[in-house]
Design a protein around this ligand. Structure first.
Ligand code: SAM
Length: 274
């Protein structure tokens, strides 16, 4: 019979956030895969867990996954943990989980800490709908392009960021997304846990640039109609005309619509098309 793959969340700072179930599972499996064995061994020692431990990080995921799947096919139960928080969330795990599913192996999530969700719930921003982005690219152009793509997203946005990059990221966000409300969850669950909330410009002035951080950004307040209108207004008059012509409108109606979109008198538009 196949073994199971347990995806085990571990604390993001405070060891008391380790769940009873996580401890039981780690004590019972045959093998533990760890992102960094030096890190995980400290956690295991703290909870008196002694099990074979092998390193399993993003760069080796593909190479190691098939061998681990074979071991589960031979009946071994395996647990995967990351350095902190939930595996698979900006951490290794996804490749192995996909391979396990392909081979018909049962994947069992063991819930626990996740920095993104904890930063979100304490942010005071809208939690009804949100979009997890994780780390932005380190390449300036890709980073800006991604933020441009997200500019009109109305759901709350969640980003992970390294402390030495936080200032640059906040400045670019301010430039591209505008001076929105954000909340930074810093060093969550640790002694110096802090939440810095306010407009991006205010947070830039108040944030301490060290420790682990999650940035929660208020979604765009623009409605889809505003965005569509803005797009139309950025068109040349000819492009604007074609936009409505393609939808089958007659010339006189197109002129009225363009005038309304641009907030000008229809005669002004009419003159341009004579
Ligand atoms: N898988 C992890 C999880 O479930 O939260 C995330 C791993 S990701 C490699 C690490 C990033 O998570 C950090 O750069 C930071 O943005 C965020 N993070 C992790 N622990 C944190 C903490 N205690 N306080 C604030 N942010 C944290």
């Amino acid at each position: 019979m196949n073994g199971k793959l347990y995806v085990v969340a571990t604390p993001i700072g405070n060891l008391e956030d380790m769940t009873y179930r996580a401890i039981t599972v780690l004590k019972e499996v045959d093998l533990i895969l760890a992102e960094d064995t030096r890190n995980t061994i400290k956690l295991l020692n703290h909870f008196n867990i002694s099990k074979p431990l092998i390193s399993y990080y993003k760069e080796t995921e593909l190479i190691k996954a098939s061998n681990i799947v074979k071991q589960m096919e031979q009946g071994k139960n395996v647990a995967v943990v990351s350095d902190a928080g939930t595996p698979g969330i900006s951490d290794p795990g996804e490749v192995l989980i996909k391979e396990a599913i392909k081979s018909g192996i049962q994947v069992v999530p063991i819930p626990g800490a996740c920095a993104a969700i904890n930063a979100l719930i304490a942010s005071g921003l809208d939690t009804s709908e949100f979009l997890f982005i994780g780390f932005l690219s380190t390449k300036p152009k890709e980073k800006k392009d991604k933020l441009e793509e997200l500019k009109n997203e109305t759901r709350t946005l969640i980003f992970y960021e390294a402390p030495h990059k936080i200032l640059n990221t906040l400045e670019i966000m301010n430039e591209i997304l505008g001076d929105r409300n954000i909340s930074i969850g810093r060093e969550m669950t640790k002694i110096h846990e802090q939440f810095v909330r306010g407009k991006i410009s205010e947070v830039i002035d108040n944030i301490e640039l060290k420790g682990e951080m999650v940035i929660i950004v208020e979604g765009s307040s623009k409605s889809e109609t505003d965005v569509a209108r803005e797009k139309r207004n950025n068109m040349t008059l000819e492009e604007h005309y074609d936009f409505y012509a393609r939808q089958g409108y007659e010339k006189k109606d197109i002129i009225k619509l363009i005038a309304k979109d641009r907030g000008v008198n229809k005669n002004e538009i009419y003159q341009r098309f004579i």
